[in-house]
Design a protein around this ligand. Structure first.
Ligand code: ATP
Ligand code: MG
Length: 806
């Protein structure tokens, strides 16, 4: 081949080469972590373009995050140059939004539909649970939301579900009612929730075969990364897109139709197709399947060959990412899962450094170890951007953040308390949505009294009532304040809001013919925030939190300006789409000089020179919620496997003997996964035994509970390299919080002045739902005594606990 082709194929091993150059209808690449699956997918796209076998516009590649999509696009462009414009490389969700924005009018939505994230759905479901008085049947917003989501991922709707459900059970009846009402409300609001984005696209393709055919004609090569984590709806979407294009119009009845289990008609053309189905390439690793709890179905991989007969299967075995010590640890751990095909990864990078182990007295000690080690690596020349810290749950980041701030280690959190989930950002978004999609009642309701305008629940109800009686939208009712039966002051307030929205609409959605300037979204946003009085109210406040809120809003306007630069023709709907789809692993600012912190779920597909897996304790990894789930502990093991296989050169595993979380101090036990790693691979800076042998009542208690794991002081050189000075390890977190007030971090959960009283029901990120028994203490040290439905009695520091009032 040409010189370019040599470069494209250079350095590939024979299996990789086979995968890049194979041409046929279906290709499955299954292989362990770091074996080059994503790289092969990327080169395959480049090779199709280079050989002029495909136009860029004929390619649809699906990645797990928007960030991964960006990286893949960049890589392909490096390999083939500008010729790659017009490709679709995106997540399932982004691809579906693009399709729906074009086609939504086919089934009663408008192009400017709103996307509800899980917080939005939760708010709507909460209202419905209340209206349907469903709590009496044991239905909570959380349980209803997760059931609806699961069903949607199975492509079920309320009708199809009702057909199989036991409808003599009143709780089931209630659930079905709410499910149906929820869908009605979404439609009324011209909105899709996250699961709908996929499910409704599948529906669209099945209900409108002509529409589907245009996409089947367009996308001739479909490639999917991280295939092990696709759920049924995503699988169905791929299946629809790879169907042949029929020569006959199925809607005229020449094909044979049958009704699928979900009530949809599926047409099977009998005649020779006009065009064969697109070629499909999927890559995945069943050992890295970590989203079963969201409906991901590992069978999508194991049954690929059945679903796509004649598929070529390629196995990759050489790992190019990690040193042998890291790989051997990973192989040993995953080898304990019993329902898997054994595949041994190998590396020619040499043994490399040993894995470093560390046990802290408390999570603060552990965090200090991480920070010290980060600094040591930095001094040795490793950039911060090549280091990552992982944890199992978001709430674990707090102790790390405190120490990192004190040690002046720059860091960024990926996922976690998301920028777009902050109240002020959601308010700003609601203002934009009120302009872009006035049918979205929830957004209009949200801004009704933000900033405070004296519009309370009674007025809100009157507006809703008026809209209902006159058959107009909630938004339009705001235009006739004098007819709402409210006092003059409130009339004026409503009139003002209405005028501001109208002014912004005129600016952002000018009457036909006019072309708005590229900065229209940023300008409109600034206008809304200024004229509504929202910014003034924050500036006038003496709460230091409000200062941070103003900064966040500034940042948000800056995001809108960036958007204008990158999308000169972008509309407000495009902007809202982009914002709605920012996912866990996509952080806002991509500054390279900081350590990345994230959950192990978010870490999938990424790689770093140095990785710190923290909190390697029983009840965290494996997480206690997995204990009762069928397959739970095995899924946790896969998650741990994902975590450790992210490391190229250095892997650190750390834990704390005691963990103070939200006022509760508990004794932690080393994770069973640590014992699965051959001892010779680990260099313990401070082993569980070291901490154990320090004496004192606390240690004796630890000894008794831990049943001898890693009993210390053996004179083994794995142990006791570094001893910490004795310290007060059980310092209550409240003290730590006084030293590091939230104002400094700005990134962590802060409930501010959350009002709680005995009898309230709350939800905790880790412990689930519970009822407040009592509240004691004052100010920042107020403690809620909560009886959790399944986790027992806990004491929580209200200011910082990851809780919400129900
Ligand atoms: P994961 O399962 O974690 O998603 P993966 O199988 O997708 O991993 P990649 O991320 O594609 O693996 O590759 C891992 C690393 O190995 C990357 O840094 C990639 O550039 C490198 N790599 C892949 N193939 C080769 C090769 N043939 N020669 C050298 N380096 C390679
Ligand atoms: Mg990958």
């Amino acid at each position: 081949g040409s010189r370019g082709e040599d470069e494209l194929l250079a350095g590939l091993n024979p299996q990789q080469l086979a995968a890049v150059t194979y041409r046929g209808p279906a290709l499955l690449i299954v292989a362990g972590a770091g074996s080059g699956k994503t790289s092969v997918l990327t080169r395959r796209i480049a090779s199709l373009l280079r050989g002029r076998e495909a136009w860029p516009s004929q390619i649809l590649a699906i990645t797990f995050t928007n960030k991964a999509a960006g990286e893949m696009r960049e890589r392909v462009e490096q390999l083939v140059g500008e010729a790659s414009r017009g490709m679709w490389i995106s997540t399932f969700h982004s691809a579906c939004v693009r399709i729906l924005r074009r086609e939504a009018e086919q089934f009663g939505f408008t192009k400017s539909f709103t996307i509800y994230d899980s917080g939005d759905s939760r708010a709507l479901i909460k209202r419905l649970v209340k209206e349907h008085e469903a709590d009496a049947y044991g239905l909570t917003p959380a349980s209803v939301q997760s059931r609806i989501s699961k069903l949607k991922n199975e492509l079920q709707d309320s009708d199809s579900y009702a057909r199989d459900a036991n409808m003599s059970d009143p709780a089931e009846q209630k659930f079905v009612e709410i499910f149906a009402d929820y869908q009605r409300q979404l439609r009324k609001a011209n909105a899709f929730d996250f699961d709908d984005l996929i499910g409704q696209t599948v529906y669209l393709f099945r209900a409108f075969p002509k529409v589907a055919d245009t996409y089947r004609r367009r996308f001739r090569h479909i490639l999917v990364d991280e295939y092990q984590d696709t759920n049924h709806a995503q699988y169905a979407l791929i299946h629809e897109l790879t169907r042949p294009v029929s020569a006959d119009d199925p809607s005229t009845g020449s094909g044979s139709g049958f009704e699928a289990s979900n009530g949809m008609m599926i047409f099977e053309p009998e005649t020779t197709p006009e065009l064969e189905g697109a070629s499909l390439t999927v890559v995945g690793d069943s050992d890295q399947s970590i989203y079963a709890f969201r409906g991901a179905d590992i069978r999508n991989i194991s049954e690929f060959e059945r679903d796509f007969p004649g598929a070529k299967v390629v196995l990759l075995e050489q790992n190019y990412r990690s040193t042998q010590n890291i790989l051997s640890a990973a192989n040993a751990v995953i080898g304990n899962n019993f329902d898997r095909k054994d595949k041994k990864l190998w590396s020619d990078k040499g043994d490399g450094d040993k894995i470093v182990g560390f046990t802290g007295y408390s999570q603060h000690d552990e965090a200090q170890f991480v920070a010290d080690e980060v600094e040591a690596l930095r001094r040795a020349g490793m950039p911060y951007s090549e280091m990552a810290v992982f944890y199992r749950t978001n709430s674990q980041s707090r102790a790390l953040e405190e120490i990192f701030i004190r040690s002046a280690v720059p860091y960024k959190i990926m996922g976690g308390t998301k920028f777009y989930e902050r109240a002020e950002i959601k308010d700003a978004l609601a203002y934009l949505i009120a302009v872009a999609n006035p049918a979205d009642e929830m957004s209009v309701r949200r801004i009704l009294n933000k900033p405070r305008r004296g519009i309370g629940g009674v007025t809100e109800a009157s507006i809703a009532q008026f809209a209902e009686t006159h058959g107009i939208t909630f938004r339009d009712a705001l235009s006739v304040p004098a007819e709402l039966g409210v006092g003059p002051k409130i009339q004026a307030a409503i009139g003002h809001l209405d005028a501001v929205l109208k002014e912004a609409t005129a600016l952002m959605l000018p009457a036909s013919g006019e072309v708005p300037p590229p900065t229209v979204v940023a300008d409109g946003l600034s206008l809304l925030l200024a004229k509504s009085g929202y910014l003034d109210a924050l500036r006038a406040s003496r709460d230091p939190q409000d200062e941070a809120r103003v900064e966040n809003l500034d940042e948000f306007v800056a995001v809108a300006r960036d958007f204008a630069r990158n999308n000169p023709e972008g509309t407000i709907a495009d902007f809202l789409t982009e914002v709605a789809l920012v996912s866990d692993a996509d952080d806002l600012d991509d500054e390279s000089g900081s350590v990345s912190m994230m959950t192990m779920h978010t870490a999938k597909g990424l790689e770093y020179d140095a990785v710190f897996v923290t909190g390697v304790e029983e009840d965290l990894i494996p997480h206690r919620i997995s204990a009762g789930e069928p397959g739970g502990p095995q899924e946790e093991r896969r998650l741990f496997y994902v975590g450790i296989t992210r490391a190229r050169k250095r892997l650190h595993l750390s834990l704390a003997m005691t963990r103070a979380q939200f006022g509760e101090v508990s004794v932690a036990m080393p994770s069973r996964f640590l014992q699965e790693i051959p001892a010779a691979l680990v260099d313990w800076r401070q082993s569980p035994g070291d901490v154990n042998s320090r004496g004192g009542t606390q240690s004796r208690a630890l000894n008794a509970r831990r049943g001898g794991f890693g009993s210390g002081g053996r004179g083994d050189d794995r142990f006791g390299v570094k001893k910490l000075p004795p310290r007060d390890s059980l310092k209550p977190l409240a003290t730590a919080m006084d030293r590091f007030p939230n104002k400094v971090t700005g990134k962590v959960r802060d409930n501010g002045d959350l009002e709680l009283a005995a009898g309230d029901r709350i939800r905790h990120d880790d412990f689930g739902e519970g009822r407040v028994d009592a509240v004691t203490g004052e100010g920042a040290k107020r403690i809620a005594h909560v009886r959790f439905d399944s986790a027992g009695l806990k004491k929580l520091l209200i200011k910082i606990a990851p809780i919400e009032k129900l």
